[in-house]
Design a protein. Structure first.
Length: 385
């Protein structure tokens, strides 16, 4: 059966593309911002910490926002915070204000992502395993576009900041033309926001989710450094590696769902984690540029669907409390985003090279795989009613 991509799918996917456009440009912008502000590496690195903290805050707020406004309006509220954060980031010079702007924009970004997961899962029900990764695939296109635009502007007389700023007016245009003006008014549940104690199985699966996201961000954050270490590539060529990784993620997200549809959810995740490990092993041992780029593409294929499918697993283990589960997943993402790249960098300083530090990635992959085997998903409860 062919997936019906309706207006809701494209609107939600456009929201994800916009926030990923910003995330794609955020990494390349950090050394440029540091140069503008004249800050140390430690101070500049706090922008990444602010992004991780924002994810944790958004996760804590998610059940309350959804209860009061509904998933649809909560997504638009998140997009508004995201746009405000971008404008503040671009036009404010002091580091204190850019940190605040990163926090504000990060809360908006995570709010959009959180409600994308539950909205797509609710809208497509048993087809969520295909629709959710494909929506993320469109987000990958935004991510790659943001990376390329900011990187390109950095080599011209135009300010790199205009690349990030583009997402703000596009967000306004999407709100004007994309929202459903005649949508049903949300009525808050009389029982209040989703709350309560989650099962031990949920929290074990949550640890597996942290491992998946940590392996993704440790890879994306330090892949260029390992490439330079192994093949002595230029900074420009090293940037291409991020594009190769993002391209693999986009391809995997768009085609992975239909290709793996005949497998059960847990088997799907095991297959893509195995693909990530194969790509990683080749990348880690490679000293040839083209082999490294192909391995990054393969690694991107493996990383591609882990967020979406792991989120569906958490929903299935939440005792029909999807908004609470996704809020907790945002906490996991914040820990991974803020902690994994820092831990890998610290390990690199301790062991003397980023190459040795990369041993952390297969350890994270092994943790994720073991938890999936030991804590199977509830296949019959993954659909949001």
């Amino acid at each position: 059966m062919t997936l019906q991509r309706d207006r809701a799918f494209w609107t939600i996917s456009a929201q994800i593309a916009l926030v990923n456009f910003y995330l794609g440009g955020f990494g390349p912008a950090q050394p440029l911002l540091r140069e503008d502000q004249g800050t140390s590496l430690t101070i500049a690195g706090l922008h990444g910490t602010a992004m991780g903290l924002a994810s944790i805050i958004a996760g804590a707020l998610n059940p309350y926002l959804v209860h009061k406004f509904g998933r649809n309006r909560a997504s638009w509220l998140g997009l508004g915070l995201f746009a405000a954060g971008i404008v503040m980031f671009v036009y404010c010079q002091p580091v204190q204000l850019t940190l605040l702007a990163t926090l504000l924009g990060g809360v908006g970004t995570s709010t959009v992502i959180n409600n994308m997961v539950t909205s797509i899962s609710h809208h497509y029900k048993e087809d969520a395993g295909i629709a959710l990764p494909q929506s993320n695939a469109i987000g990958s296109a935004g991510y790659v576009s943001g990376t390329l635009l900011v990187g390109t502007l950095a080599g011209t007389s135009l300010s790199w900041r205009y690349g990030l700023l583009l997402a703000a007016p596009l967000s306004l245009i999407l709100y004007i033309f994309g929202r459903e003006k005649d949508a049903d008014e949300h009525v808050p549940d009389l029982d209040g926001p989703q709350r309560g104690k989650l099962s031990p199985q949920f929290w074990f699966a949550w640890i597996g989710f942290v491992a998946c996201i940590s392996s993704e961000f440790a890879t994306t954050f330090w892949a260029a450094a390992l490439l330079r270490d192994r093949v002595e590539s230029t900074a420009a060529i090293s940037t291409v590696c991020i594009v190769a990784l993002g391209t693999g993620m986009g391809i995997g997200r768009w085609f992975g769902g239909p290709a793996l549809k005949r497998f059960k959810l847990d088997h799907q995740i095991q297959i893509i984690i195995g693909t990530q490990f194969i790509g990683f092993a080749i990348f880690w041992f490679s000293h040839i540029l083209w082999v490294s780029l192909i391995s990054l593409l393969v690694m991107g294929l493996g990383i591609s669907m882990q967020f979406a499918l792991s989120s569906i697993r958490l929903i299935g283990l939440s005792d029909n409390r999807p908004d609470l589960a996704i809020g907790k997943s945002s906490l996991a993402a914040g820990i991974a985003i803020g902690g994994a790249p820092f831990a890998l960098g610290l390990l690199g300083d301790t062991l003397g090279s980023i190459s040795r530090a990369y041993i952390m990635v297969p350890v994270l992959i092994a943790i994720a795989m073991i938890i999936i085997v030991k804590v199977p998903s509830h296949e019959d409860t993954n659909i949001i009613k």
